[in-house]
Ligand binder design. Sequence first.
Ligand code: DGL
Length: 255
Amino acid sequence: MKQPKTIGFLDSGIGGLTVLSEALHRIPGADILFYADTDHVPYGTKTREEIVGFAVDAVETLCERGAEAVVVACNTATSMAIRQLRERFPIPIVGMEPAVKPAALIHPGERVLVCATPVTIRGEKLHTLIDRSFREGVRPTLAALPGLVTLAEEERFDFDSVRDYLRSVLDFGEHYAAVVLGCTHFTYFRDSFRSLFPGADILDGNAGTVNRLVDLIGGEIPGKGTITFLESGRLVAEPEPLARFGRYLERMRNL
Ligand code: DGL
């Protein structure tokens, strides 16, 4: 395989930037195309057919613009569409899954909370992953948190909004050894989760996904280290939307 220089990342919106921010340290030479499907966010409340269609359009656009490998930086799109994407596009495609396996390995027999979008929580992929990872003992508690996607898209990261939303949907009486953030939008709230679940391990799949990418394509990529943003296929060139993407990357640097 020729080493890819241009790597595409896709998400329904800005969640995938949490994965990109991790990748930037590991593959600094890569030329990045980041596709945020802003016309269709959120994916987490759509049908499988819709999500497959959006993901195929996104990868098609990324390939047309020169992507030689793609990271589906979205647990929901991976859960619904990864098979179809791999069948259709002859390039390396890395998907994401909630960090259920590490949670089960690090905390055998302990209580784990898995948070994701409604589509991921209902999806067969997550249930198969849980069956394989938790062969015996307590099963994890599952929580669909679509409200966090909205808060992240609106750049509302203040602790009070996050706490009020989580209190309205979660039972805080329970102690969890680990909380799995199974949606890339949720990683922006890592600090709030740490405060709300003191002592719990807050896990996401971002580092695992980037490790997989580096295993596949190598880390020394001889590109120019450029980043190009696309919103549902349209090139982002205006200062305000570019600044918005920059603010999310900045938040990740400081988290
Ligand atoms: N960021 C996405 C994920 O990892 C999906 C959020 C959404 O669009 O509902 O699942």
